[in-house]
Write a protein that binds this ligand. Sequence first.
Ligand SMILES: NC(=O)c1ccc[n+]([C@@H]2O[C@H](COP(=O)([O-])OP(=O)(O)OC[C@H]3O[C@@H](n4cnc5c(N)ncnc54)[C@H](O)[C@@H]3O)[C@@H](O)[C@H]2O)c1
Length: 321
Amino acid sequence: MNSIGKIACVGAGNIGRAWAMIFARAGYDVALYDTDRSALNRAMTAIRAGLDDQARLGLIEDASAVLRGIRPEPDIDRALNGVRHVQENVYEDIALKRRVFAELDQRAPKDSVIASSVSSIPVSQFMEDLPGSRRCIGAHPVNPPHLVPLVEIVMSPSTSEETYARTAALMEAIGQVPVRLNREIVGYVLNRLQFAIINEALHLVERGYVSAVDCDKIVKHGLGRRWAFMGLFETNHLNASGGIREYYTKFGPTIASMLNELFTTPHPIGPEMIETLAREIEAETPAAQVPARQAWRDRQLAALGRHLAAMADAEKAEKKP
Ligand SMILES: NC(=O)c1ccc[n+]([C@@H]2O[C@H](COP(=O)([O-])OP(=O)(O)OC[C@H]3O[C@@H](n4cnc5c(N)ncnc54)[C@H](O)[C@@H]3O)[C@@H](O)[C@H]2O)c1
C-alpha cells in the first residue's frame, strides 16, 4: 500500500489499536507507541486477528497489506517523526493525560494536530495551558471504532478553527463521521442521549412496567431500526406528511404532557438494580458467552455498514431520496 502520510497512535490498548487499524486501512503509515512493550506485543497480535476478521467481514481486501502499514514503536521520538496527526489513547486519568499531552506538545512536529480519545475528562483540563493548545482537540470514538464511524470532535476553549477543520477532514478521509461539539460538556452528546434513555428504562423496569428484555426489543426492533439511518429529528420530519413543523404543531400538546410524566431523577444503579437487569439479560446471553456475542455484534455491524454504504451509493446514482 502507498502511504499517504504518517500518523502516531499513542497508547496501544483497545482504542489505540482500533485507531491504528482505521488509519492504516485508509492508507496511512501508522506508528503505534506505548510505554509498555508487552502492551505493544499484545496490540500487534490483536491487530493481526482484527484485520483478518475485517477481511472476512468484507471491510478490507488485503489484511497483510494493511498490517504492513502499522509499526509498533517503543521510542516516542521515532513514533512522532514526521507525523501530521497524533491520536492519544492512554488510560483515562487526568494526571497521566496532562503529562502525556505536555510531552506530545513538546515533541510532536509543530504543524501536527494532537487529538485525544478521552471520554470523560474535560479536554480543557489537560490541553488549555500548553504552548500548543491551539493544535490540541478531542476526537472521541465509539466502541468498536472500526465498525461504528461516529467521532465526536470536541473543541477546548483554545482549539483553533484550523485544527478543527484539519481533524474533521482527516476523519472524513478515513471513513469516520465527525460531528462538532462547540463546547465541552460532560459525557459529550452520544452518551448523554444514551443515558437519558437508559435512565427512563431503569425507572420503567424497576417499577415493573416492562421487562429489561422487552425494553431491549423496543430499541432493537423499533427505535433502532429507524435510528440506524435517520436520527431523531429526521424521524420526526417523516412522521407527518408536512414534515417536522406539522409534526410538532399537531402532536406538540401530547408530547408536552408526556414529557411532564418522564422520570427526571437519576435512577440509582445499586446492587439490586444490577441484579434485576443481570438476571434477565444473562438468561438471554450468559456472561461466559459475551466474547462470542461480541463477535456476533461485530458481524452485524459490518453487515449493516455494508448495507448502508450500498444504499448510499444507489441513492447517489439515482439522486436523493
Ligand atoms: N474503551 C472504550 O470503549 C472507549 C471508547 C471511547 C474512548 N475511550 C477512551 O480512550 C482512551 C483509551 O482507552 P482504552 O480502553 O483503549 O484503554 P486501555 O486500558 O485498553 O489502554 C490504555 C493503554 O495506554 C497505555 N499507556 C499508559 N500510559 C502511557 C503513556 N504514558 N504513553 C503511552 N501509552 C501509555 C497502556 O500501557 C495501555 O496499553 C481512554 O481515554 C478512554 O476513555 C475508550
